[in-house]
Design a protein around this ligand. Structure first.
Ligand code: C2E
Ligand code: MG
Ligand code: MG
Ligand code: MG
Length: 281
């Protein structure tokens, strides 16, 4: 009886794996074509200075328009990472984001920043830093305007290729940001051993409500520590006026979140931020 039960269970898992596998595989096949079909697009989320709430930059976030809807990067980036497609996609993202920054710099006259997410796997590409450099030169963007966002998982293994890439990106003059800070388990030691200039506090550290004293103590503690190291702080996922004021009060330098602005396509960003002022008569 136990045996039969076991066999059935095996069959169940087997089928489940089969469907998952074919779904993944299909996604991979379609993703491979997506670039050539112009189905990948960049959205940009505005980042603000916390005091005056002035626009100071953007984070580039990839989107895939698949069957009439936008597929989340949380769904397809892992597929790309497992298939080496991430290298092509990652370079495309870098090229798009830096090109867009150059356009907005020219049209606004402001040296805004552009944050670009890099997967751990991309750090295995020995040509990554050189590619980044060629984009900066081609578009005439100053390296210090570009922030390369790494997550803790990218720093977990100290493969030589990865360390060399991080060092090379830093040497170009680009800033390195540690993304999703507070979600991992060993981020603190990374702050000491990698050339990190910016820490992005994960949105899970935003207090759910104003009188949650433990949540407040936690985010305050994180800010104190990061501040003591002289690093720049960005608060992610500010969804309310209360979150936004809290970031300002705690001395978090920059804020990003749905409350101030959602990620949006270029046209929407231009309409909201770079539209020529209406003539005064
Ligand atoms: P991330 O780098 O931590 O990006 C921030 C995510 O939080 C984005 O999700 C953004 O839309 C979302 N977000 C911003 N403000 C709020 C808020 O107030 N509330 C909530 N609930 N969410 C907010 P998105 O665009 O779905 O991206 C998910 C993740 O996918 C990113 O997390 C990043 O790890 C990865 N990703 C996105 N674009 C790229 C890319 O071009 N390359 C690579 N390698 N990864 C990317
Ligand atoms: Mg990010
Ligand atoms: Mg993040
Ligand atoms: Mg994330």
């Amino acid at each position: 009886r136990a045996k039969r039960h076991g066999r059935n269970q095996f069959c169940f898992f087997h089928q489940e794996m089969q469907t998952q596998f074919s779904r993944r595989y299909q996604l991979e096949v379609r993703l491979r074509e997506a670039m050539h079909r112009n189905e990948l697009v960049m959205h940009y989320q505005p980042v603000f200075e916390s005091g005056q709430r002035d626009l100071v930059g953007f984070e580039a976030l990839i989107r895939w328009s698949l069957d009439g809807r936008l597929c989340s990067p949380a769904e397809f980036i892992p597929v790309a990472e497992e298939s080496a497609l991430i290298h092509g996609i990652g370079r495309w993202v870098i090229e798009q984001a830096i090109g867009q920054l150059a356009i907005w710099h020219r049209s606004s006259g402001k040296a805004l920043s552009m944050a670009i997410n890099i997967s751990a796997v991309q750090l295995n590409d020995p040509g990554l830093a050189a590619f980044l450099n060629s984009c900066l030169i081609f578009h005439g963007v100053a390296p210090a305007q570009v922030e390369i966002e790494l997550t803790e998982t990218a720093l977990l293994d100290d493969a030589e290729e990865k360390l060399a890439n991080i060092a090379a990106i830093h040497a170009l003059g680009c800033l390195i940001a540690l993304d999703d800070f507070g979600t991992g388990f060993s981020s603190i030691s990374h702050l000491r051993s990698f050339p990190i200039s910016i820490v992005k506090i994960d949105r899970s550290l935003m207090p759910p409500n104003e009188d949650d004293s433990r949540a407040l103590a936690l985010i305050r503690g994180v800010v104190l520590m990061v501040d003591a190291l002289g690093l720049q702080l960005v608060g992610e996922g500010a969804e309310t006026e209360a979150h936004t004021q809290l970031c300002q009060r705690l001395g978090i330098h920059r804020i990003q979140g749905y409350y101030l602005a959602r990620p949006a396509a270029c046209d929407d960003i231009e309409q909201r931020f770079f539209a020529p002022a209406a003539p005064v008569n």
